[in-house]
Design a protein around this ligand. Structure first.
Ligand code: BES
Ligand code: MN
Ligand code: ZN
Length: 492
């Protein structure tokens, strides 16, 4: 993978960039820092703008060759005024847009009197957009759209303050890229063992990382989780990550992730078409891992536990069968109707374990759980199921602030009844209708007395549409959302 190595902050244009990028509103005034000492530039720009019908509104761009005598060759100006809604300007997205216009020359981005927080968000957008998962391309593609600038400097009055804020915003972006890498990585490389090994790297940031192997999991009693992995040559593992940045005795926040490194469906095997996407069935675990990296990277003042269940769902002589009955950690028995409804089996044990062992303030699980959530919400919202109005509201707010959106879905008795089993305490599928809800009901049977939310990210973690800040198949969805939740609600 590749991405910008860094972004630097300056009060004036430094070095000798080939390209200068700036942003202007519909009055077409270039920032002082840019026209200062380049008297002709403003007039030249206005002439070019008129010729190109560039009016300074959001989404419009003009890319001009500068007049002779200017130190840089190109000036790119992005519009920043919105005709109807002044608040619509989002500097993270603008940063992403700017990155989309840059080629492999060094560039200065002149932001004038922009506030420090927005400068740093702009840097975050540049950074996120620059990410590309190209590690398996042996031939370098040197077409312009793929080239990366050598150096990017952000120029603005608030450079000093922005540089400080960038420490934290960069940590969050790095968490997102960490998650994207995990999701994009194929399952022959990212085995359960490799995944666990990559999480051990978080120790360098001060995260406590414990890996539970199959022997330990059997001893604890996680037989629902172990049943999913029993047809795979790769060992099932649970990784517990702890970041203790809060007060010593403060209850932790808990995040739980589905980490099915590949989901063939098992004996209830999936059709061949598109099955390759199931390398991303660990998107929940990736988000939890990226979140831990982000929180540790910015030294969040909170105690947080991240738990991921790493398994591979394969058909095999030893694989679990439809009709099998397993005893979960909770003691409740589960009749396996469809071995492809495996994520809930992994999460059921993890949720029970998490509540029991860590007594968290809340637990939030993330999972690429159902195809049905894509039918319901497409790729623009994650499905949110919760037993708490308060936690739901906080998550919705964090979603809007981070632009990783969630939409609340229902839970209730009539849905719960659909997973009663003839032979065991419950079955692992609820029939044809409301597949995302019955999956959530299943999870709720493993939650006792704690605020809990389940985010079904099947539509948002992978294969989601390109945005200003992402061209990646694996989006890293969840890292920014949960970081925002922790930052706004639980650090004080
Ligand atoms: N990992 C899949 C869900 C999924 C589908 C994620 C498409 C991303 C894209 C999950 O394990 C699964 O197979 N769910 C089944 C449940 C069914 C068997 C009750 C589904 O959604 O079809
Ligand atoms: Mn499945
Ligand atoms: Zn799955």
């Amino acid at each position: 993978m590749s991405h910008l190595s860094d972004v630097t902050f300056h009060k004036k244009i430094t070095g000798s960039p080939k390209i200068v990028v700036t942003v202007c509103s519909d009055d077409l005034t270039l920032p002082e820092a840019l026209v200062d000492g380049r008297a002709d530039l403003q007039a030249f720009f206005e002439k070019a703008a008129a010729a190109a019908k560039f009016d300074g509104t959001v989404g419009k761009t003009i890319n001009i060759v500068t007049p002779g005598g200017t130190e840089f060759d190109r000036l790119i100006v992005l519009g920043s005024s919105s005709k109807d809604d002044k608040e619509a300007l989002n500097w993270r997205n603008l940063g992403g847009q700017i990155m989309g216009h840059l080629s492999d020359d060094s560039a200065s981005i002149v932001l004038g009197d922009l506030a420090a927080a927005d400068m740093s968000l702009c840097a975050q957008g540049l950074y996120l957009r620059s990410y590309k998962f190209d590690k398996y391309k042996t031939k370098k593609d040197d077409s312009k759209s793929n080239a990366k600038p050598q150096k990017i400097g952000l120029v603005g009055d608030a450079a000093l303050a922005a540089k400080k804020l960038w420490n934290d915003d960069r940590a969050v972006a790095e968490g997102t890229l960490f998650a994207r890498n995990l999701v994009n990585e194929p399952a022959n490389i990212l085995t359960t063992t490799e995944f666990a090994d990559r999480l051990k790297e978080l120790k360098d940031l001060g995260v406590d990382v414990q890996v539970l192997d199959e022997k330990a999991l059997a001893k604890i009693g996680m037989h629902a989780l172990l049943g999913v992995g029993q047809g795979s040559a790769m060992p099932s593992k649970v990784v517990v990550m702890r970041w203790n940045g809060g007060k010593a005795k403060e209850q932790p926040l808990a995040f739980v992730g589905k980490g099915v490194v590949f989901d063939t469906g098992g004996i209830s095997i999936k059709p061949a078409g598109g099955m390759e996407d199931m390398k991303g069935d660990m998107g929940g675990a990736a988000a939890v891992s990226g979140l831990m990296k982000a929180l540790a990277g910015r030294k969040a003042k909170a105690n947080v536990v991240g738990i991921v269940g790493l398994v591979e769902n394969m058909p095999d002589g030893l694989a679990q069968r439809p009709g099998d009955i397993v005893t979960s950690l909770s003691g409740q028995t589960i009749e396996i109707i469809n071995t492809d409804a495996e994520g809930r089996l992994v999460l059921g044990d993890l949720l029970w374990y998490t509540e029991d062992k860590f007594k968290p303030k809340f637990m939030i699980n993330l999972a690429t759980l159902t195809g049905a959530i894509i039918v319901a919400l497409g790729h623009h919202h994650a499905g949110m199921f919760s037993n708490s109005d308060d936690l739901s509201e906080k998550l919705s707010k964090a979603g809007e602030a981070s632009e990783e959106l969630v939409w609340r879905m229902p839970l209730g008795k009539p849905y719960d009844k659909l997973i009663n089993s003839r032979f065991a305490d419950m079955k692992n599928t609820g029939g044809r209708w409301a597949g995302s809800v019955t999956a959530a009901q299943f999870l709720q049977r493993f939650v006792r007395d704690v605020d809990w939310a389940h985010l079904d990210i099947a539509g948002t973690a992978m294969g989601s549409p390109s945005t200003d800040i992402s061209r990646s198949w694996g989006s890293g969805f969840g890292v920014a959302l949960l970081n925002q939740l922790v930052l706004d609600q639980y650090e004080s």
